[in-house]
Design a protein around this ligand. Structure first.
Ligand SMILES: [Zn+2]
Length: 460
C-alpha cells in the first residue's frame, strides 16, 4: 500500500497507548490527520505507512492520551482561589452563606468568561484535554465562550436546582426550562468540542421532577446526568428525614440510576447503596484532593476501594482547587494503598485508566477519546522527559504517576489541533489573561465584601 498523506507525524517517542492491549511503545510514532489519529505503532511501521506534511522529533517525549477531568468548577472558585482560608467549618451558615455564595453570586458574565478561560487554560497546560463541569455556572453563554477560546473539549451545564418548598411549581418549571434550553442550544454534535449536559447541583437541591427530567434528556440525547452527592453525612440525613430512604435508594425509586448517571463524592454510602450503584452501572466520581482538603472523611468512611473491587466505574475530578490531574493520581493511589492498607491497591497502571479509558466511558465518549488508537479523536499529551523528574527514564507509566506531574506537559493536541506548544497556549495571550483575571478577582472580592483573612501578618 502506498503511504497515506497525514498532517503530522510524531516519531521516536515513548507512547502509553491505553489501547485494548495497553501497549507501551518505546520507539513509537503517532500520525494525525484532520481531527483523528491516523496511525499509532512502532516508528519503524508507521514511518512506512504515512507521508506527513509536518514531522516532529518525539525522542524527548512520553505521549499519553489527553487526560479527562470528570468534575471541575470552571467558574466560582478560579477567580478567587486561595481567598477562603482552609480551616472554615463546612456548615451551611459559616461556609456556604458567608464564604462561598458571596463569591459565586457576585460574578458578572464577563467574570465567568474569564474564569472559564483561566480554568480551561490551567487544565490544558497540565494535560487535561476534556472535562465535565460541576454545574455551578450561572452565565452559560459566556462560560462556553471562555472555554471555547482555549480549545479544550468539555461537557458543561448551568446551575440547576429546582427545589423550593415555598413555590415548588415555579422552581421546577424554571429548572426544567434551563435544562431544555441548554441542551437545545449546545447539542452534543460530534463536530463540536463543547456541549451541554444536564448537570445538577445535586445534594438536596433538586426536586424529584428535575432529577427525572434530567434523566429523560440524557436518555433522549445520549448524554449523562451529573450531580454532587453524599460528600458528608448531611445528604443521607436529609434524604432519610424527607423520604425515609438514603440518597441512592431514592434515586433508584425515581428511575434515575444507570450508566448515564455520574455521582460525585459518594463518601457516605451503605451496603444497599453500593449494591444499587453496582447493579445499575452508575459512575462514581471521586475528587481526592478536594476530599482530603475538605476533611470529608474518605479514609475513615469512604468505600471507594470496595466500589472498584465491585466493578463500579470510579473516575476522578479535581473539583477545581488544583487542576493538575496527575497530582490527583499519586494522591489517590497512596490513599487507596494506605487506607485499606494493601500495597496491591490502585497501581500506577490502574490509576491511569481512571483519567483516560474509564473517564471516557463515564462521559459517554468511549471509542472517541481516552486511548491512542487509529480512528480516535487526536487528543494527546506530550510530556517533556528532558527534565529532572523524568530522569533517568525507565518505566514511563510508573514515573508518570509517581514522579512527574503536569509541569512536564510540553505540547497538547485536541481534535487534531495543537493547542499547547512548548509549554504555552497557541490560542490565548497568557500574560494578558493573567492581568485580566487578577483585576477581575480583586474586583470580585471587593464587591462580595468578604474580609481578607490571614493567619500571618501581611505587610503591604
Ligand atoms: Zn464540586
Amino acid at each position: 500500500m502506498p503511504p497515506v498523506q497525514v498532517d503530522t507525524l510524531i516519531s521516536g517517542a515513548r507512547i502509553i497507548t491505553m489501547d485494548a492491549e495497553r501497549r507501551v511503545l518505546t520507539d513509537g510514532a503517532i500520525a494525525i490527520s484532520g481531527n483523528l489519529i491516523a496511525a499509532v505503532g512502532p516508528a519503524s511501521v508507521v514511518e512506512n505507512e504515512v507521508t506527513p506534511r509536518e514531522r516532529i522529533d518525539g525522542r524527548r517525549f512520553v505521549i499519553t492520551p489527553g487526560y479527562i477531568d470528570c468534575h471541575v468548577h470552571t467558574t466560582g472558585d478560579p477567580l478567587t482561589r486561595g481567598f477562603m482560608p482552609d480551616n472554615i467549618e463546612d456548615s451551611f451558615d459559616d461556609k456556604l452563606v458567608k464564604w462561598v455564595l458571596p463569591r459565586f453570586l457576585s460574578q458578572t458574565p464577563e467574570d465567568e468568561r474569564l474564569s472559564a478561560r483561566l480554568a480551561a487554560l490551567e487544565m490544558l497546560r497540565s494535560g487535561t484535554t476534556c472535562f465535565a463541569e460541576a454545574g455551578t455556572i450561572r452565565h452559560l453563554d459566556e462560560a462556553v465562550e471562555g472555554v471555547e477560546d482555549v480549545g479544550i473539549r468539555a461537557r458543561v451545564g448551568i446551575w440547576v436546582q429546582g427545589r423550593d418548598d415555598a413555590d415548588p411549581v415555579k422552581a421546577n418549571d424554571e429548572a426544567i426550562a434551563l435544562l431544555d434550553d441548554e441542551v437545545r442550544k449546545y447539542p452534543a454534535a460530534h463536530d463540536r468540542r463543547v456541549s451541554a449536559w444536564p448537570i445538577l447541583v445535586g445534594h438536596s437541591t433538586n426536586s424529584d421532577e428535575v432529577w427525572q427530567h434530567a434523566k429523560r434528556l440524557a436518555t433522549e440525547h445520549g448524554l449523562a446526568v451529573s450531580a454532587h452527592m453524599s460528600a458528608r453525612q448531611s445528604d443521607p440525613d436529609w434524604f432519610l428525614q424527607r423520604h425515609g430512604r438514603r440518597p441512592v435508594e431514592h434515586l433508584h425509586e425515581l428511575g434515575v440510576l444507570g450508566p448515564d448517571l455520574c455521582l460525585t463524592h459518594m463518601v457516605h454510602v451503605d451496603d444497599r447503596e453500593l449494591d444499587l450503584l453496582a447493579d445499575s452501572g452508575t459512575h462514581v466520581i471521586l475528587c481526592p484532593l478536594a476530599s482530603v482538603k475538605g476533611a470529608f472523611g474518605i479514609t475513615q468512611h469512604g468505600r471507594h476501594a470496595e466500589m472498584v473491587a465491585r466493578g463500579i466505574n470510579l473516575v476522578l475530578g479535581t473539583d477545581g482547587y488544583n487542576s493538575d490531574l496527575l497530582r490527583q493520581l499519586h494522591l489517590l493511589s497512596g490513599l487507596f494503598k494506605d487506607s485499606v492498607p494493601d500495597i496491591k491497591q490502585m497501581t500506577a497502571e490502574r490509576t491511569l485508566e481512571l483519567v483516560t479509558t474509564d473517564a471516557a466511558r463515564a462521559l459517554q465518549l468511549s471509542g472517541t477519546i481516552g486511548a491512542l488508537e487509529a480512528g480516535h479523536r487526536a487528543d494527546l499529551v506530550c510530556h517533556d522527559t528532558w527534565r529532572p523528574e523524568w530522569m533517568p527514564l525507565m518505566n514511563a507509566v510508573s514515573q508518570l504517576v509517581w514522579s512527574a506531574d503536569g509541569r512536564s506537559v510540553h505540547s497538547v493536541w485536541v481534535d487534531g489541533e495543537r493547542v499547547i506548544e512548548n509549554y504555552r497556549s497557541t490560542r490565548v495571550d497568557e500574560e494578558a489573561l493573567f492581568a485580566q483575571v487578577q483585576a477581575a478577582g480583586d474586583n470580585l472580592i471587593r464587591r462580595s465584601a468578604l474580609p481578607f483573612v490571614s493567619a500571618w501578618p501581611v505587610v503591604r
